[in-house]
Design a protein around this ligand. Structure first.
Ligand code: AMP
Ligand code: ZN
Length: 112
């Protein structure tokens, strides 16, 4: 499968890793939109939030357990925003589920 984030997990494309365990991988976004901008992805290919199911939701729960630790590891000290873009209207550009962690400054009150 031609998936850029699967290739990052496999080490075929370089990334700036923040955290890794058996289920998830976290790395800095190549085009940061905040002083701290980290992406957290499942190691297995899940296309988007639309594809979360009883079979894979434990991975998503695990990711949410890890997000606070990943945020601290990335230097966030005063709060952060977690975003997942799903589908066309949300401008999802990479079709492998990912959670953006944004922080390091006061963020906009607008979300859209
Ligand atoms: P989205 O628009 O929600 O699908 O987000 C995809 C994100 O992946 C964007 O913020 C991109 O900057 C980021 N991205 C794309 N390719 C890479 C890469 N090779 N390494 C790190 N981040 C990437
Ligand atoms: Zn993938």
């Amino acid at each position: 499968m031609d998936c850029i984030f699967c290739k990052i997990v496999a080490g075929e494309i370089p990334s700036n890793k923040v955290y890794e365990d058996e289920l998830c991988f976290a790395f800095y976004d190549i085009n940061p939109q905040a002083p701290v901008h980290v992406l957290v992805i499942p190691k297995t290919h899940i296309a988007s939030a639309d594809e979360v199911s009883p079979e894979n939701s434990a991975i998503v729960a695990h990711i949410f357990e890890m997000i606070p630790k990943i945020a601290v590891k990335a230097g966030v000290t005063n709060g952060y925003r977690v975003i997942t873009n799903c589908g066309e209207d949300a401008c999802q550009s990479v079709k492998h589920l990912h959670f953006h962690i944004l922080g390091g400054k006061p963020l906009s009150e607008q979300m859209a």
